[in-house]
Design a protein around this ligand. Structure first.
Ligand code: C2E
Ligand code: CA
Ligand code: CA
Ligand code: CA
Length: 281
């Protein structure tokens, strides 16, 4: 139950408990928010485990609600997923993240090697126009495709394996990098993983939480590190909050880390400041 908690919203269908009227209101609210530019993108640093240098940032969406304040994804992503608005919203996040990376690079040589990660939802991943959207976002920002990493979850891959594989290969042909998010919380088999053009494995926070005190979690993370090495995929540990966790994960050989210890999700301007600090580049 502990491991399912964080991702529970992904399988919770909000339409099940909402009246038709509430559903229509939600949709109208989200549409209004999109039209009135109420969404924001925050960026969280991903660092090299050994040097602590920022190698990438993950784009994380927020809703600057006129009445309720800054809302996190748990307040609206599942609704947007259910009513389909996640497709235009996700496209907006993608375009925002690409143009922001181009802007950081134009403003500072410290951002030259920086990459950006963007989350895809299940619905976006199934959307037939995805590959064109990604290509257009890159072209309009003038960004090389290898600067963009798209994050998808295991469950998205398992839903329809054949189509998922085709989509991944089409994205790979574009030249973007692919990451499996929340790794370990789904059920992807090893033989299946081997067939996928995946560059990065992101180890879910639930395996990181007690890794400094729980030998079982050490064994699990160690196994994923070995898997990454065998399949030539980079590993990222998510949700690192303490130096004890960092220490343990670094010794296991995890390549990159993400978490409050290194930095919370912040505005684009704060990332620019962070990059200017000599120790971060
Ligand atoms: P995720 O993709 O697994 O993103 C990591 C989440 O963990 C983020 O929450 C981040 O703020 C949080 N986090 C990072 N480090 C730590 C830490 O050290 N401790 C703790 N307690 N939390 C940490 P956030 O921003 O609330 O996003 C939640 C989820 O919403 C994301 O999980 C992702 O699944 C979804 N999401 C966010 N932005 C987007 C988006 O643009 N599109 C889609 N489709 N989903 C998004
Ligand atoms: Ca993610
Ligand atoms: Ca994750
Ligand atoms: Ca997650």
């Amino acid at each position: 139950a502990k491991r399912a908690g964080r991702n529970a919203y992904a399988i919770f269908d909000p339409t099940m408990t909402m009246s038709v009227l509430e559903e229509a209101q939600q949709r109208a609210d989200l549409e209004h928010a999109l039209e009135h530019d109420e969404f924001r993108v925050l960026y969280q640093p991903v660092v090299d485990m050994n040097t602590q240098r920022v190698t990438a940032v993950e784009a994380l969406v927020r809703w600057q609600h006129p009445r309720d304040g800054l809302l996190g994804p748990y307040h609206f992503i599942a609704h947007a997923e259910a009513n389909g608005l996640i497709v235009p919203l996700g496209r907006w996040v993608l375009r925002q993240a690409c143009s922001q990376l181009a802007r950081w690079r134009a403003e500072s040589p410290a951002a030259a090697g920086l990459k950006v990660n963007v989350n895809l939802s299940a619905r976006q991943f199934q959307y037939a126009g995805l590959v064109d959207d990604v290509a257009a976002a890159l072209a309009d920002a003038g960004l090389d495709p290898a600067s963009l990493t798209l994050e998808i979850t295991e469950s998205m891959l398992m839903a329809d394996i054949t189509t998922a594989k085709e989509t991944l290969h089409a994205l790979r042909r574009l030249g973007v990098r692919l990451a499996i998010d929340d790794f370990g919380t789904g059920y992807s088999s090893l033989s299946y993983l081997k067939q996928l053009p995946v560059d990065v494995i992101k180890i879910d926070k639930t395996f990181v939480d007690e890794v400094h005190i729980d030998e079982d979690d050490v064994a699990l993370v160690d196994a994923v590190a070995g898997l990454g090495q065998a399949l030539k995929m980079q590993t990222v540990a998510e949700g690192i909050e303490s130096s004890e966790q960092w220490d343990t994960l670094r010794r296991i050989g995890i390549d990159h880390g993400q978490g409050y210890l290194f930095g919370r999700p912040v505005s684009a301007g704060d990332i620019a400041d962070l990059l200017e600090q000599p120790e971060s580049v």
